[in-house]
Every structure is written in structure tokens, then in C-alpha cells.
Design a protein around this ligand. Structure first.
Ligand code: PHE
Length: 355
């Protein structure tokens, strides 16, 4: 065996390898051929083993050189075929997709929709923030309540006609969906001694048929302040600060005598209708929100009934307090001039995206 014989055999192997590479149809098949010819126990490695048996230094050098250049040429062939197959795979995919899906690559992309806060939640947070600046902390309670917290503890006995006003959806086991946020007054006062100064945002439920101003589910923010010497004047002051903060300095407020079993005296509080009566003087007839009156009720309020205070173990001789319950949808409708409460729950993007 001499170097020229090695070179001749190399030529045969190289030719065979070249046609195998050309015939390969996938990148994976090319990789297999690389292992077979150039791998650690590949065909060309066998040639390297022959060098030791050669007669002279020159012979060894010549054989080494031809083996090396055969390796390099083969590596080049393998790379070229790999690139060719890779390109064909990409173009083949795109070429196949274009006529099938009719895909137009020049179309602009789909923009993801960015979420935003629901106007009811934004309003609820803003209300809590206004009262927060007056020193009120935020408390929450469960939407599923006991009959005791929703009614009895608030001085609404079973047989009392005022129970109708707070009728709700009943669940099994004496539970119900709370019809107002007032039960959270009971929860907080039962676990905490005075002074109490809180607001309570949350969902409430009533079996009302939906119309422009009624919904079986809506939101309230409850307020409660109990301490020594709290008076109705404090209630008026706190609510006035809220109304001005929320609707601007021109808004007017009126207290109408009313009745709630858990407050005495009680009042319903209206503000001037901001849809038709912005200045407090002009009243445009036909306003769907205030029903021709120029005023809109936004909350119920009063001085906490002594029976409620005694029920939670407070000394009603020593402590007094006020409470109020505000309808969040009402407040939002006036602020944003929305004339139908159903818009809040219809998931109409054109409506929601305005806020
Ligand atoms: N809970 C009453 C309602 O839902 C509102 C209210 C709260 C009235 C606190 C007085 C005091 O109508």
C-alpha cells in the first residue's frame, strides 16, 4: 500500500459520498451522512489509520494531505446540501400557505385590546378615595350573607313591612345574597370597639326587573362613623365634601326625611340632576334620569339606631353615629351622563371604551 493507492481509494469513497449527499432529501438525512463519513468512527477515520503502515515520511505526509482535503471537500458538500434543503423547507411552507389560506402578508397585524377599569369600579374607587381623605378606612364583606346580618341585626324584624324594601334572593341554609352593604356595619362593629370610621364598597342584589334605572345586581358604598358626640351635622358635612369633590362646587344637595329601620332619624339625599340641571336652575323637561324633577336620589342615610348599637354591644348612651348607603351606578350615571343602568352590564365595547 502506498499513498497513491490511498488517494485512489479516497476518490472512490468521495464520489460515492457525494452522490449519497445529493440524493438526501432532508436535513436529517444529511446529518446522518456526515456521521457516516466524517464521524469519530466514520469511513474517513479508517483512512487515517492506514498512514502508520506507510514506508516513508514523505509517503505519510502525502497520504495525510489527501485525506484532509477529501474531508474538507466532503464537509463543503454536506453544508451546501443542508442549506439547500433548509431553504426549500421554508419556501415550501410559505408557498403552500399562500394559495391555501389566501394570506396577505402586507395586512397590518391584529392589535391586542388593552383592558381598562370598568366605570362602576373606577367610580367606587374614587368614592372610597374621597372618604379616605376624610379619614375613613375601607372594609369589605361577603356577598352571601346571613339573614341575621342583612335584617335582624339592622332592626328589621321578620314580620316588619320594611323588609319588603330589602327583599333579595334566598339561598339554602338561611343564607341570602345581601340586599345592601349595611350588614358589613354589623360585621365591623361586632369585632371592633368605637371609634369606627369606614366605607364599604361592594355588590348588592335585589329581585328588581331590569329597566333604565333598576338592575338585580348593583353596587353600593356604605359609610359608617361611630364615636362619642357624632351628630347629624357631621353627616351633612361629610356628604357635602363628597358631593363637591365629586361633582364640582355648583352641585346642590337636599335631605328629605325618610325611614330606614336601622337609622333614626333617616333621610334620603338628592343632588341636583347633572344631566339636565347643571347650574341648579335650568331644568330641561324629559330627562330620563331625574324623571322631570331636576333632582336625583343618590343615597340613604341617618343616625345609627340605638338598637343597632346595643345589638353589637356598644353603649348607646355614650356613642352615637351616622351611616349612609350610596348607589354607585347612580353616582356614575350622573358623573358621566349615562341614561341607562343596563349599559354597565352589556359588555358593549363601544360604551366601555369611552372611560
Ligand atoms: N342600606 C340602605 C339601602 O340600601 C341605605 C342606608 C344605609 C340607609 C345606611 C341608611 C343608612 O337603601
Amino acid at each position: 500500500m502506498d499513498s497513491s493507492e490511498i488517494a485512489a481509494r479516497l476518490e472512490t469513497v468521495e464520489a460515492e459520498a457525494r452522490s449519497a449527499v445529493e440524493a438526501a432529501q432532508t436535513v436529517a438525512a444529511v446529518a446522518q451522512l456526515r456521521t457516516r463519513y466524517l464521524g469519530r468512527s466514520g469511513v474517513l477515520r479508517g483512512f487515517t489509520g492506514m498512514i502508520a503502515g506507510l514506508a516513508s515520511g514523505e509517503e505519510k505526509a502525502a497520504a495525510g494531505q489527501s485525506i484532509n482535503s477529501a474531508k474538507m471537500r466532503l464537509e463543503e458538500t454536506l453544508c451546501a446540501r443542508e442549506a439547500e434543503l433548509g431553504r426549500a423547507a421554508i419556501e415550501g411552507d410559505a408557498g403552500a400557505a399562500r394559495p391555501r389560506a389566501g394570506f396577505d402578508f402586507s395586512l397590518p397585524g391584529t392589535r391586542p385590546r388593552v383592558g381598562r377599569r370598568h366605570p362602576v369600579y373606577a367610580t367606587m374607587e374614587a368614592i372610597c378615595e374621597t372618604f379616605g381623605r376624610m379619614g375613613f378606612g375601607v372594609e369589605v364583606g361577603p356577598e352571601i350573607e346571613t339573614g341575621f346580618n342583612n335584617f335582624e341585626a339592622l332592626n328589621i324584624p321578620m314580620e316588619h313591612p320594611s323588609r319588603d324594601a330589602f327583599d333579595t334572593f334566598y339561598l339554602q341554609g338561611g343564607l341570602l345574597l345581601r340586599s345592601h352593604t349595611s350588614p358589613v356595619q354589623i360585621r365591623v362593629m361586632t369585632r371592633q370597639k368605637p371609634p369606627v370610621r369606614i366605607v364599604v364598597p361592594g355588590k348588592v342584589f335585589r329581585p328588581d326587573a331590569p329597566d333604565a334605572s333598576h338592575s338585580p345586581m348593583f353596587h353600593q358604598v356604605e359609610g359608617l362613623m361611630v364615636d362619642e358626640g357624632v351628630s347629624f351635622a357631621d353627616l351633612k358635612g361629610v356628604l357635602t365634601v363628597f358631593a363637591r369633590d365629586f361633582y364640582g362646587p355648583n352641585v346642590r344637595m337636599r335631605f328629605r326625611p325618610s325611614y330606614f329601620p336601622f337609622t333614626e332619624p333617616s333621610a334620603e339625599v338628592d343632588i341636583t340632576c347633572l344631566l339636565c340641571n347643571k347650574t341648579g336652575q335650568v331644568h330641561v323637561p324629559g330627562c330620563p334620569v331625574c324623571k322631570y324633577s331636576g333632582w336625583v336620589e343618590i343615597l340613604g342615610a341617618g343616625m345609627v339606631h340605638p338598637r343597632v348599637l346595643e345589638g353589637v354591644g356598644y353603649d348607646a348612651e355614650k356613642y352615637t353615629g351616622f351611616a349612609f348607603g350610596m348607589g354607585v351606578e347612580r353616582v356614575a350615571m350622573l358623573k358621566y351622563e349615562i341614561d341607562d343602568i343596563r349599559l354597565f352590564t352589556e359588555n358593549n365595547m363601544a360604551f366601555l371604551e369611552q372611560f
